[in-house]
Design a protein around this ligand. Structure first.
Ligand SMILES: Cc1cc2nc3c(=O)[nH]c(=O)nc-3n(C[C@H](O)[C@H](O)[C@H](O)COP(=O)(O)OP(=O)(O)OC[C@H]3O[C@@H](n4cnc5c(N)ncnc54)[C@H](O)[C@@H]3O)c2cc1C
Length: 423
């Protein structure tokens, strides 16, 4: 069995740690924060996990909040007209469950659990690649799962696989309580040319059923440019005012919403980026990147944490197959490439696709989903498993055939100049 170091106590690093322990490896986790500091710190991100990822967590006995939390159920997608009215609404016929647990609660608990199951946890502030190099000498394999922070720079950006070279959105995330009525569905409102407003149920650090509000502003537009100096509460107020002006009469559910605590909000931006997965440290040792460190997603399509979980699971199975042999840079590259081809490219494709204005064939899909439940189901299922959207959602050559096979009337296809099913 191998002696493996994982750097970073986030979704990717911790989840992989549990899998490797179960396979009998020796696991050392390096974290820059104690579990207490994680629990009591600022909210780092959101984390709506879909069924496939949750099943993988459950298989490792890691879904500690099932008995107390409300499960999310599906997602309603609305396209908003410039006057704020709803142009179309897509509601999938069979809502699939999803879960969001406050990352601070989850990572803090998972870190303690990992140690309890036999991992060594080292709290070390690794400030530079030199520190990392010094700490990981002697391990058979080193995985860097430090998220989008400075260590991601160890891995060169891959321009062929990176869909953007600047942030397509400015992001605000807020944890709120008193969202009325308490519904289980997530809602995604697309405001063309302006940005998006998403809210999903989640379980908070304070053991409350809350809502995670995600505001994605196209740079320079009305959902961007909230003053930097606003406190969390002021930001929530400003966001509510702006949204009321953009979507008048539709935000009754937000009327009583309050921030859960002062630290439970964030703002910033992310350039969706794919990096070369292997980095060679000064000592000559190669390390393998995992999760956001090598594939950073904008949160709109909720792919980042799901992708990180599937990537960790994929790495685990490759490590299991390779045990007893040397983990070379070539093996690392191949492992990442195989994951990219099997799953990663689709997750990044959905992230990029949702951030770009819909092409004409995608407008046809949206219009069809409004009328035909089977298309609505396929579209929303594509967020839950991005592989299922390809090629019909991205390549217009396949769209007409797919839509007609799901019963979309010929007249609608012709309106968007799509060829129907050959039969
Ligand atoms: C607002 C927002 C909403 C989101 N919503 C969703 C969603 O609904 N669904 C979804 O799937 N994804 C979502 N994401 C993305 C998701 O949060 C990330 O993809 C996921 O957290 C990636 O996991 P990770 O383990 O790779 O990185 P992280 O979760 O960032 O963890 C990295 C860890 O490494 C530690 N670290 C950093 N530097 C060092 C160092 N030098 N030494 C030691 N440790 C270090 C950090 O402290 C952290 O604990 C969202 C992101 C944001 C910003």
């Amino acid at each position: 069995m191998a002696n493996i170091a994982i750097v970073g106590a986030g979704q990717a690093g911790l989840f992989l740690g549990f899998g490797l322990l179960e396979d009998g490896h020796e696991v050392t986790l390096f974290s820059d924060q104690t579990h207490d500091a994680i629990l009591n710190g600022r909210v780092p991100s959101g984390m709506g996990l879909f069924e496939d990822a949750v099943k993988k967590e459950a298989a490792l006995g890691l879904t500690f909040w099932e008995e107390v939390m409300t499960l999310g159920e599906g997602a309603v997608l609305q396209m908003i007209n410039p006057d704020g009215s709803v142009w179309l609404q897509i509601t999938p016929p069979v809502p699939r469950p999803h879960r969001g647990v406050d990352q601070r609660l989850k990572n803090s608990r998972w870190m303690q659990e990992l140690e309890r199951r036999g991992a060594t946890v080292r709290i070390v502030p690794l400030a530079s690649p030199g520190d990392l190099d010094a700490q990981v000498a002697g391990f058979d394999l080193v995985l860097v799962a430090t998220g989008k922070g400075p260590f991601s720079q160890l891995f060169a950006r891959d321009p062929q696989r990176s869909p953007f070279d600047r942030p397509p959105r400015h992001i605000i995330g807020l944890h709120v309580k008193n969202f009325r009525p308490e519904v289980r569905t997530g809602t995604i409102r697309l405001l063309p040319g302006v940005g998006e407003f998403v809210h999903t149920p989640f379980y908070s650090r304070e053991n409350l059923q809350g809502r995670f509000l995600l505001i994605e502003g196209i740079p320079g537009g009305p959902l961007d440019g909230f003053p930097r100096e606003l406190s969390g509460r002021e930001l929530l107020e400003a966001v509510q005012q702006t949204l009321r002006a953009l979507i008048p009469g539709q935000l009754e559910d937000l009327k009583e919403a309050e921030l859960i605590s002062e630290q439970c909000w964030l703002r910033g931006s992310i350039t969706p980026t794919v990096r070369h997965p292997v980095s060679r440290l000064a000592s000559g040792r190669s390390v393998l990147g995992l999760g956001d460190a090598v594939t950073a997603h904008d949160p709109l399509a909720a792919q980042g944490g799901n992708n990180a979980t599937h990537m960790a699971d994929f790495y685990r199975s490759r490590i299991r197959e390779h045990t007893g042999r040397t983990f070379t840079a070539e093996w690392m590259q191949q492992t990442f490439d195989d994951f990219w081809h099997a799953y990663g490219q689709y997750a990044m494709g959905v992230t990029a696709g949702l951030l770009m204005p819909p092409a004409p064939h995608q407008q046809a899909v949206l219009a069809s989903a409004h009328q035909v439940p089977a298309v609505a189901a396929a579209l929303i299922d594509g967020l839950f498993d991005p592989r299922t959207l390809f090629p019909w959602f991205v390549d217009p050559a396949f769209t007409g055939e797919f839509l007609s096979s799901r019963g979309v009337p010929l007249a609608l296809l012709e309106q968007f100049q799509l060829a129907p099913h050959p039969s």
